[in-house]
Write a protein that binds this ligand. Sequence first.
Ligand SMILES: *Cc1c(COP(=O)(O)O)cnc(C)c1O
Length: 461
Amino acid sequence: MKYLSTRGSKANSFKEILFSGIAEDGGLFVPEKWPSIGINDIDSNISYMDLALKILSPFIGSEISTDNLKKIILDAYQDSFSVNDLVSFKKLNKNEVIVELFNGPTLAFKDFAMQLLIPIFDYFLIQENKKINLIVATSGDTGAAAINAVKKSKNISIYCLFPKDRISNFQRRQMSTVNEHNINLCEIDGTFDDCQKIVKSILNDQEFSKKFSISAVNSINWTRIMIQSVYYYFSFLKLANDGFNKINFSVPTGNFGDVYAGFVAYKMGLPINKLIVATNENDILHRFFNTGEYKINNVSKTSSPSMDIQVASNFERLLFELLGRSGNSTKDKMNDLDKNGAININKEELKIANEIFLSGKTEMDVVNTIINQVFNSSKYLLDPHTAVGLNASRKYNDSSHLNCILATASPIKFSETVERAVDESLTLLKGYDYLFQSKEKYVELNNNVNEVKDQISNKNL
Ligand SMILES: *Cc1c(COP(=O)(O)O)cnc(C)c1O
C-alpha cells in the first residue's frame, strides 16, 4: 500500500508514514486507495485479534510479513485488556447498544491504538537498531495510553504535553505516577489546542526533529486510525444479526480520529448507515455538519475534557474526500483556515458529507441528566463522553437501525462528575489507591515551544 498526502504529494510506504507522522507539504497521510473488505466473507465468530490481522494487512502490505504482524498483534493485545475479545457490549434496549472500548490498561479507547502502535514502531526500530523520541499532546487519555505502552519499550522515549487544570486528577495521575526514565511529562500553561500547536511546530522544524529523531503519536498518525477501524467491523460482526442489516454509530468526538476510523471502515465496505459525530459545547464539527462552515471558536472547559478541542486535526482527511481527493483544493481550504480561521464548503459538498455524517451537540447539564437517567433505569454508569454520544444518538430516534454508541472511557476516570450526576457516592476508585498515593512527576512549562524543545535537547545531549 502506498500513501498520499492530503495536500497532494505522493507515494510513501507504510514505514515512511509511520515514522514521519505528517507529510512534508504539511498534509496528512491517507491510503492511495481504499481496500475492499466485505463483511460476508468474515466468520462472525472470528476473534478480535484475527480480525485485526485481516483488516490491517492490506494497509501494511508486505512491509511486515503476515506471521510477524500476527505475532505483534497477539503480543500487544492478549494480556493487556481485561476481556478476551477487547470489546464488550451492553444492550440498553432493543435497538441501543453501548460498545465498551475501555477494557484496556488505561480505561479509554486510546489503548486500542497505543498498545499496538508502539510495538509496530518497535518492530522497525529493533530491525535497524535505532531509537526515537515520540512527542504527543493529550487532552487526557492519549497521554496515559501512550505512556503505558511506551514504558515497556527500550527503543522509544516519550514527551507528553498536557494542558494545565484541564484534565481530571485521575487522568493526570495515570501519567505522572509512571516512573520509567523514558517517560517525560510536561504540564503546559494553556489549552489542548496550545499543546497540539507546540507539537506541530516541533514536527515542522525539520532540522530539530531530524536531529532528535522525533515522531508523533497524535491522532493524525494514520496507523492509529487504521487500528481503530477494526472495532467498527468487530461490532458489526457481533451485533448485526437480529434483524438489522445496517448500523448507526454514535461517536464522542474531539479530534475527529475515532469517527474518521468509522468512515474508513465505511469506505472499505462496512454497511454503516450513519456516523453520528457527538460533540460537547466545543461544537465546531456539529456546526460544520449543519452549515458547511468550519469556524474556530474559543475552547470551553467541560465535564468531558477529552473532547475540549476546537481544531479537529483529522478534519483535513475528510475535507480531502469531500473535495474529490484534490490535494490542491485541500491545500487552498487549509490556507483559508490559517488566514481567516474558517473553511466553507458548498451545498453539494455538504450534501455528500451528510450522506454518512450526522451530528449532535450536548451540553453539561444534559450530560448529567443522561447519566442519571441511565443509572436509574438500567443500573448502568456512563462516563460523560459516552453520555454525549448516547444523547446525540437519541436525538435521531432511529428505530429501523441498530444504534451503537461507542463508550470511549470508563466512568472510573471521571468519578467526580459521575457521582455528582447520580447524586450518590459510589466506590468507583476502589483498587486505584496506588494512583493517589504515589508521588507525581512532571515539569511545569509555559505555553512556549522553546521550553519544550529545551526539555528534549537537555535530555538528549
Ligand atoms: C480522545 C477521546 C475522545 C475523542 O476522540 P477523537 O478521536 O479525538 O475524536 C472521546 N472520548 C474520550 C474518552 C477520549 O479519550
